[in-house]
Design a protein around this ligand. Structure first.
Ligand code: F6P
Length: 326
């Protein structure tokens, strides 16, 4: 493999606030180091269909504060096929792209791992997802902004929950992980978080009702991670109706609002540092790694580890929600 002269950048999977800050950092660090940059539209889909544009420093002006992704995003079905990846490789060659920076979550990095292995291409990934479910990094780009969105929403719900003395189930995203629910609960002072990681250990709803709820409070907010295992907020409210009819429960599903909005300072800084580190990694000869952050330091995480779901929720935080809600 010769020297890298041109990099392609794409965003893939669910968008996350801070993706634009990452695009900006990757582009400008690459140009600063004498590389040329191509923006690939709509994730892997644009690589397959050759929607590739030249990126200059000005292409990423005035985007650090914007949510979403200026490159658009998609979950590409074509790229999951061998023919699709062959077309993607041919388009990379035709556009003179020597290496890729892929910003996305576990599906996107799994695709990157496969593509890199099949075609021997240097690829560096950036963890771009609100779910914070990638291993080898303390935080993903977009997670902090989504937590702040959840916190703001719960602050508002608290007013009506208190006035009506009601139990609220607030469903948050997270894919298969409970990070948004657990840390959203700590940040908003919620009475409990119901998360998939605990579902096999205890019946979290009965524990909440039997052990604590309403001993000292007339209203409660429970954050529920979207997941079949937890039953989601609707499933739990249904259970309340049948098993604990004395309670007046309401459901709020925050949904895709959690993916939007201007990124927080923490996400902008994280995305900027990670974007610059991605280019440095490629220049240093790294390939097939995700950039992570651990205890403030940038790390290189092999794709296989990044998508392994090895990262464990902090048990202390689970206890903390209980302690602080007495
Ligand atoms: O991975 C990000 C995420 O927002 C998950 O939290 C959620 O489960 C999923 O994407 C929703 O995907 P879609 O945008 O396709 O509805």
């Amino acid at each position: 493999m010769g020297r890298i002269k041109c990099i392609g950048i794409l965003t893939s999977g669910g968008d996350a606030p801070g993706m634009n800050a990452a695009i900006r950092a990757v582009t400008r660090t690459a140009i600063f180091n004498g590389l040329t940059v191509k923006g690939i539209m709509r994730g892997y889909h644009g690589l397959v269909t050759n929607e590739i544009i030249d990126f200059k420093s000005q292409s990423v002006s005035n985007i650090i504060q914007k949510g979403g992704t200026i490159l658009k995003t998609a979950r590409s079905k074509e790229f999951m096929t061998e023919e699709g990846r062959k077309a993607a490789y041919d388009n990379m060659q035709a556009n003179g792209i020597d290496a890729l920076v892929v910003i996305g979550g576990d599906g996107s990095l799994t695709g990157a791992q496969l593509f890199a292995r099949e075609y021997d291409i240097p690829i560096v990934g950036l963890p771009g997802t609100i779910d914070n479910d990638l291993s080898g990094t303390d935080s993903t780009i977009g997670y902090d902004t989504a937590l702040n969105t959840i916190m703001d929403a719960v602050d508002k719900l608290r007013d009506t929950a208190t006035s009506h003395e009601r139990l609220f189930f607030v469903e948050v995203m997270g894919n298969t992980a409970g990070y948004l629910a657990l840390n959203g609960a700590i940040a908003s002072g919620a009475e409990a978080a119901i998360i998939p990681e605990m579902e096999t250990e205890v019946d979290q709803l009965s524990q909440l009702i039997d052990h604590g709820f309403r001993k000292s409070k007339n209203s409660a907010i429970v954050l529920v991670a979207e997941n079949k295992k937890t039953g989601g907020a609707m499933g739990l409210a249904e259970r309340i109706k049948h098993e604990y009819p004395q309670y007046d429960a309401r459901v709020t599903i925050l949904g895709h609002i959690q993916r939007g909005g201007s990124p927080t300072a923490i996400d902008r800084i994280l995305a900027s540092r990670m974007g610059a580190a991605a280019i440095q990694a490629l220049l240093d000869g790294q390939r097939n790694v995700m950039i992570g952050i651990q205890n403030g330091e940038m790390t290189y995480v092999p794709f296989a580890k990044a998508v392994s779901r090895e990262k464990k929720l902090d048990r202390g935080s689970i206890d903390l929600v209980k302690i602080l809600s007495i």
